[in-house]
Design a protein around this ligand. Structure first.
Ligand code: CA
Length: 320
């Protein structure tokens, strides 16, 4: 009985990736409401109905894959108060210089400017209030798998390998460690609810060709020049993750949104398009968050959105 329902879930998930159902990816969790990449922010995103929860991964000194956006610590923690001696000559505190136990001693805050201590998003959760901690990829997978069990859902993970070249320079093979962790928890193929993303094309190729990973792989991109590589990307990846301004390029004289041909071209190469990052408190030239979502999801036809506000994207998709 249990294995039957499990395989049904897997089938549903496979269908979700392969058909036209669009997905909501909780960017660093429900980061519009709680400090990014904390377990509470992930639990909240799960409850809001996101399809995938994102994990950015950086290795600790003792090779634990940690869920944190930057390779340094000062924009989201009180590291300066606790480990001043670990500051490198460039003034930064690197995750890779800390053991897992040391990282666990840090208090985590809403993202701030480390010099002025002003919040990056002033209307979000107040900086340095309540108690939040860093956590490992394992801890987060266990949270999500636990919630999947207790709710009967099959929410996916969406890990990003951060700065593989930096890790290599520090003598660490981050992809090898992340792939082993994913494998240990049963994330092995495209049928499993896991999408692996990276900006580094060489590393993604390595993941596909050297490690022979069968996971769903997404090539992140931020530059116009990357758009010419779609054919090559389609040889090792299953999707692309562009910045949304590569898709919506502004307005014409009549006030219509100018939409690039990136999504159409990617679809010709059978690549899914998951664009980043959609924020209800950073709308640019859009009047409302709904307008932004409407243009990107239904006019530009992307297949998924990374958003700090998964509840709003889920509500929008349920209505439209
Ligand atoms: Ca990311």
């Amino acid at each position: 009985m249990l294995s039957l329902s499990c395989s049904e879930h897997k089938f549903e998930d496979k269908v979700k990736i392969q058909n036209n159902n669009k997905v909501v990816i909780a960017h660093r969790g429900a980061s519009g409401y709680l400090p990014e990449h904390t377990l509470p922010a992930k639990a909240m995103a799960f409850a809001m109905g996101a399809d995938y929860l994102e994990q950015d991964i950086v290795l600790s000194k003792d090779n634990v894959p940690m869920v944190i956006h930057d390779i340094d610590l000062e924009t989201v923690s009180d590291v300066k108060l606790k480990f001043l001696k670990k500051k490198r000559n460039d003034g930064r505190f690197y995750v890779i210089d800390f053991t897992f136990d040391e990282l666990k001693q840090l208090n985590v805050s809403e993202r701030m400017n480390p010099i002025t201590h002003k919040a990056v998003f002033p209307d979000r959760f107040p900086i340095f209030t309540s108690t939040f901690r860093l956590h490992s990829l394992q801890e987060e997978i266990e949270l999500i798998k636990g919630l999947n069990k207790s709710t009967g859902k099959n929410i996916g993970i969406y890990p990003e390998i951060k700065e593989p070249a930096f890790h290599q320079k520090e003598g660490k093979d981050i992809s090898k460690i992340v792939l082993k962790t994913l494998n240990d928890y049963g994330y092995k193929t495209k049928n499993d609810p896991c999408i692996l993303q990276c900006f580094d094309a060489g590393e993604l190729k390595r993941i596909r060709n050297e490690f022979k990973s069968e996971l769903f792989l997404v090539q992140l991109m931020e530059f116009k020049k990357d758009e010419e590589k779609l054919e090559e990307i389609s040889t090792y990846a299953d999707g692309i993750g562009p910045w949304y301004k590569q898709i919506i390029e502004g307005k014409d004289k009549k006030g219509n949104w100018l939409i690039s041909d990136l999504v159409e071209k990617a679809h010709k190469y059978n690549l899914k398009v998951h664009a980043y990052t959609f924020r209800a408190d950073q709308l640019g030239d859009f009047r409302t968050f709904e307008e932004l979502l409407k243009v990107v999801l239904y006019e530009a036809n992307v297949d998924g959105v990374f958003t700090d506000f998964p509840d709003k994207a889920v509500q929008f998709m349920n209505k439209n």
